[in-house]
Design a protein around this ligand. Structure first.
Ligand code: C5P
Length: 239
C-alpha cells in the first residue's frame, strides 16, 4: 500500500487489561485521525465486545491475535474476526502457504473484507534464538523469505520492524502493506523497543501503517500527540 496514498497511517495500540481503560483512551481520540489495535491481553479479558464496542464508536480496529494453527482452524478464526467487523487482522507466516491461503479464502466475499497481514519473524527473536528453533541463516533472510511467501499466498501485507521497511518495500512493491511498530516521536521514551524509527523516517522509508502504543496514552493530551504524529507523517509523505 503506497504510503503516499494513505491518509490515515496511524494505528494506536490499546494495550490495556480492561475494556474500560481502553475506552477511556478511545474517548479522547478521533476515529477520523487514527485507527486502533486490540491485542491478545485485552481480547482475552474483554472478548469480542472489545471489538464491537470500538467499531460502534466509529473506530477501524486491527485485531492483532496472530493466528497460527492448521488451515481449517485459522480459516474459521478469520471468518469470526471478519464477522466482528474488524478492519485488519493477522496470522503468523510461519503457519505456511496452505494456512495463509485458507485464511485468504475464508475472507473472500466477507462484507467489508478486512485486510489480512502476516507476522514474519517476531522482533523479539535474534539470529541465535532463530537458530535454536532450527532456522539457520539469520533473521533478515527469514523475514524476506516469509514476506515473499505472504505475498505469494495472496495476503495484503506484513508486520515489520523499522529496519525492514526499506528492503521489503523495494522488493515487494507499493501494493503490499508494511505495518510497523517500534515507532517513537523524536525525544519520546524508547521503553523496551530496541530498533526504533520516528514516524517521519518510517513513512519516508515506505511504511504503510505505524503502530504506536505508549507514547499516545502517556501524553498529557493524547489527541494532540496523535495530531503531531499525523503531521509528521503528512510531511514525510509529501517530501
Ligand atoms: O507501546 P509501544 O509503542 O511500544 O507498543 C507497540 C505495539 O506494537 C504493542 O502493542 C506491541 O505488542 C506491538 N508490536 C511490537 N513489535 C512487534 C509486533 C507488535 O511492538 N514486532
Amino acid at each position: 500500500m503506497n504510503p503516499k496514498q494513505n491518509s490515515k497511517p496511524l494505528i494506536v495500540a490499546l494495550d490495556y487489561p480492561a475494556l474500560d481503560d481502553a475506552l477511556a483512551l478511545a474517548d479522547r481520540l478521533d476515529p477520523q485521525a487514527c485507527r486502533v489495535k486490540i491485542g491478545k491481553e485485552l481480547f482475552t479479558r474483554a472478548g469480542p465486545q472489545a471489538v464491537s464496542t470500538l467499531v460502534a464508536r466509529g473506530f477501524e480496529v486491527f485485531l492483532d491475535l496472530k493466528f497460527h494453527d492448521i488451515p481449517n482452524t485459522v480459516a474459521g478464526a478469520c471468518r469470526a474476526a471478519a464477522d466482528l467487523g474488524c478492519w485488519m487482522l493477522n496470522v503468523h507466516a510461519g503457519g505456511g502457504r496452505a494456512m495463509m491461503e485458507a485464511a485468504v479464502a475464508a475472507l473472500d466475499g466477507a462484507p467489508g473484507r478486512p485486510l489480512l497481514i502476516a507476522v514474519t519473524v517476531l522482533t523479539s527473536l535474534d539470529d541465535a534464538a532463530l537458530g535454536e528453533v532450527g532456522v539457520g541463516g539469520g533473521v533478515a533472510g527469514q523475514v524476506e523469505r516469509l514476506a515473499a511467501l505472504t505475498r505469494a499466498s495472496g495476503l495484503d501485507g506484513v508486520v515489520c520492524s523499522p529496519l525492514e521497511i526499506a528492503p521489503l518495500r523495494a522488493r515487494l512493491g507499493d501494493a503490499f502493506a508494511l505495518v510497523t511498530p517500534g515507532v517513537r516521536p523524536a525525544g519520546a521514551s524508547v521503553d523496551d523497543q530496541i530498533r526504533i524509527a520516528t514516524p517521519g523516517s518510517a513513512m519516508a522509508a515506505g511504511a504503510s501503517f505505524l503502530v504506536v502504543g505508549r507514547p499516545v496514552p502517556r501524553a498529557a493530551d493524547p489527541a494532540a500527540a496523535v495530531a503531531a504524529i499525523n503531521d509528521e507523517c503528512r510531511k514525510a509523505a509529501s517530501a
